[in-house]
Every structure is written in C-alpha cells, then in structure tokens.
Design a protein around this ligand. Sequence first.
Ligand code: DON
Length: 304
Amino acid sequence: MDLQLILDQINSELRPLLGTSGGKVASYIPALARVSPLQFGIALRTCEGEVAQAGDSAVPFSIQSMSKMFSLTLAIRSLDEALWDRIGREPSGSPFNSLVQLETERGIPRNPFINAGAIAVADRLVSLGDANVELLALLGRLCGEPIRIDAEVAQSEADTGFRNTALANFMKGFGTLDNDVATVLDVYFQQCAIAMTCEQVACAAGYLCRDGRHPLAGVPVLSSAQTRRVNALMLTCGTYDAAGEFAFRIGLPCKSGVGGGIVAVVPDRLTLCVWSPALDATGNSLLGRQALELFVAKTGLSVF
Ligand code: DON
C-alpha cells in the first residue's frame, strides 16, 4: 500500500474545502481563536518506521486535549490500577467541559479524557512529582526532539478557564483532588498548551500501535495490557460525545483536541495525526474527521 500517495490524495481532496467546511476555530480560548482555519496537515508513522506526510504536517499546533492521552500514560505507568480509584472509565455522552455528571456521581469524573478527568489525572501527577517536566521529557523521548509549552496559550487558558476552575473546585469539595486547586490547574493548562506538529504526534503516539513499545528505542513505555486499555479508552471516550459516531464512521481509537488535532491508532500497523483548526459542534476537527474517514475508506484499516 502506498501510504504517501494516500495522504497526498486526502490532502488534495480536502484542501479545497478549507474555509468552506462550516467549522469554527475554538473561540473560548482567545489564543486559539487567532489561529488561521485555512490549514490542514496529516502525517503517519508505521510500526516499521516508515513515515508519510502531506499539507501542513510540519506546522506546530496546540495539542490541547490530545495531551490527555500522554498524561494518562504517565499516570498509568506510576499508579496502574490505583489510578481508577478516583476516575471512571465510561463514556460521558456529554460535552468535554460538562459539570452535570460530577454532581450526581460524587465528584468522580466519568473518564480521564473529559476535562474533569484530566484535571483529576493532573492532581495524581502533581502528587508524584514535577508533572510537566516529566510529561515534556516523555514527549521529547517519544519523538526524539525537544517539545515545548506555548506560554501564550497557557496564559490564555488560565485567564479564561472559568469552567475548568469550577470543575476543579467541585472535585476538591468531594475529595477527588489531593492538591491545591491552583497548582493542579496550572499543570493542566500547561499540558493543554503543548505545541507539536502532526509528524511529532504521529511519532510520539507510536507506542500505542506497538503494544506499548517506544516508537524509536523499542523499550516498553507501557505494558501491552496497559496499552490495550489506553486504546480502549480512546475508542470509547477520546472524542467526547462524538465517540459513538467516530467508532461508527472510522472505527479506530482516536484522541482529539480543540486545537484541531486528532490522533488515531491502527493497532500493530501505524499511528496517524491529522490537524485542521476548524471544529464541529462537539469540539472535534471537522476536516480532521473527514480525513480519517477517507483514510479508512482508502486503506480498509480499522479495528472492526
Ligand atoms: O480545558 C479545555 O477546555 C481545553 N484546554 C482543552 C479542551 C479540549 O481540547 C477538548 N477537546 N476536544
């Protein structure tokens, strides 16, 4: 299969739709509202190390909630089963920043990929040490290049993170968080503001298609059982209240972010990252989703 040709075809089919797709860049974080929607990039890396890319695949973008996959990885590495004492594993069926379930479910977030769940994961990482130093070090090792936080985006999130502050305070009131709310939120906002390219994300996520083995060095990042679990959570919860639709139309574990990125895993084959900043109503990249649908249609690669 000529993967480079397939990515080139997807880029040629979707690029003419930039600006006309009807999607909108995330506006509730001012620094993201300034990003041009007229960008589309796609990159993949196979288990054998073959790479392919097209469009704006080398442009850094805000990975936002895609960081939740990597922070979960760090937390599972250290805590394994104990992580699940305070975080659920069920799809929420609600928007990623929803407060409603927390009230009836006694401050336990439905899963680690909604905002409340990732804030609870950040709290566990704060208890374990210097959370974001660890996270940047992990990402740097996974893609073999230094990775940085975009300070302007992090500040913009902190300035406007009213709903996240509410979620964190609510969980603190229920005893879900051990650490100071401001410290945990600072870690969370900085994680969301990590900037990476499609090429870097496709490489960094490589352990998820290789039973947990490091994409470059081959050493274990997670055990194969832990890797299956991260993939299962991505499939069921990685795209929020659109997870059912993603499973139906694409059939791959995916994790999205409001920066417009989506990473997808084809177990035992490859990892793929697509980015286009204009989002649909569920906060998922509109052209990103179409690109993944085209990729699956052209390659037949799906877990089903
Ligand atoms: O906390 C927030 O709302 C953002 N920093 C991240 C949200 C996000 O990416 C959800 N994605 N679809």
